[in-house]
Design a protein around this ligand. Structure first.
Ligand SMILES: Nc1ncnc2c1ncn2[C@@H]1O[C@H](COP(=O)(O)OP(=O)(O)OP(=O)(O)O)[C@@H](O)[C@H]1O
Ligand SMILES: [Mg+2]
Length: 317
């Protein structure tokens, strides 16, 4: 029996060292990585190329053994048959039997996932519709574009209507329309109480759909949290616009700010912190006749945030 609060994915102090080549060169892919994914969460696992994303996903799928630490899915080791029955997986480079048609391929996937025979046809048709592959349903997959194959990969991960969906770079090969459709699919999964864990380096897509993200750089988890919290902490500057500041007052206000732009009777001041905003407000109150007409915080984009971490890790190594 699993308890209600048990995380769907639980990773504790996981490390993975690959040994490759004739000299058995050591590659440390993951270092002391811990994280949890709760039921019903959409969790984005973000990192640049070579960060260790696929390695973690393979460990979670039981396709690769950790060097140390533990990974549990539904509270059990990933290789447990009961775990496999509850999850769907899109690998990084899925292999397709390309002589099959889209429909045949999904039927086969359903059969391999022990979907009841009576439900298979309906399930396959539903997925072909969901992934907008109806028009190519009976065409051989050998002629499919990269984006079409990616859709088939996502469809096969969903065929058994799993509780947990694990996707390695699900948006690879998809055009903007495909990405939007993928996001809608993920939102639909969340509405149905499913848990989704996916890796990506496409930050803007994560920004729109994830409840939480983990940022991995060089095999280490550098941050885990709600995106809005991660980004709020990193508000870079605040833009304060005041009206009616002239002469000496303008000079005083400009001294508080990083830089300023005067446009008509409006003065736009860029400041670093909330305290500086308070200072500006206080000056305006004291002088009188000056009104604050705009207050806009400028957050770092996730891209900026991500790059800062990558650069820091680069400097440290
Ligand atoms: N089978 C392997 N043998 C040796 N080294 C490996 C193996 N698989 C991965 N690595 C190395 O481990 C590190 C992490 O690789 P991994 O594929 O997990 O990264 P990733 O985050 O998925 O990258 P990408 O965004 O390019 O898919 C890299 O340095 C990679 O070269
Ligand atoms: Mg990868």
């Amino acid at each position: 029996m699993s308890s209600v609060s048990e995380p769907v994915i639980s990773v504790t102090r996981l490390s993975k060292v690959y040994r490759s080549g004739f000299r058995m060169k050591r590659v440390q892919a993951l270092t002391d990585l811990s994280m949890e994914v709760e039921k019903g969460e959409i969790f984005g696992f973000l990192g640049p190329n070579g960060a260790g994303k696929t390695t973690l996903l393979k460990i979670l799928m039981g396709l690769c053994e950790p060097t140390s630490g533990s990974a549990l899915v539904f509270g059990k080791p990933p290789r447990d048959a009961a775990v496999k029955a509850r999850l769907g997986f899109l690998p990084e480079s899925p292999y397709f039997y390309d002589h099959l048609t889209a429909r045949e391929f999904l039927r086969l996937a359903a059969q391999l996932s022990a979907v009841p025979k009576s439900e298979t046809a309906g399930r396959v048709t539903g997925l072909l519709r969901l992934l907008r592959m109806e028009r190519s349903a009976d065409a051989q997959m050998r002629g499919f574009s990269r984006g079409m194959l990616q859709r088939m990969g996502i469809a096969q991960a969903l065929v058994a209507d799993p509780e947990l969906v694990v996707l390695d770079e699900p948006m690879g090969g998809l055009d903007p329309v495909g990405r939007k459709e993928f996001r809608d699919i993920i939102i639909d999964l969340r509405e149905r109480g499913k848990t989704v864990f996916f890796s990506t380096h496409i930050l803007s897509d994560v920004e729109m759909i994830c409840d939480r993200v983990g940022i991995v750089v060089d095999g280490r988890m550098v941050e885990v949290g709600r995106l809005n919290e991660i980004l709020t902490e990193t508000a870079e500057s605040i833009e304060v616009t005041v009206r009616g500041a002239t002469g000496k007052t303008q000079k005083i206000l400009e001294r508080v700010s990083q830089h300023s732009i005067k446009s008509g009777d409006e003065l736009m001041l860029t400041v670093r912190s909330d305290e500086d905003v308070d200072k500006i407000m206080a000056i305006c109150r004291e002088v009188g006749g000056i009104r604050v007409v705009g207050l806009v915080p400028h957050r770092k984009t996730l891209e900026d945030y991500f790059m800062a971490h990558v650069e820091r890790a680069g400097r440290a190594s």
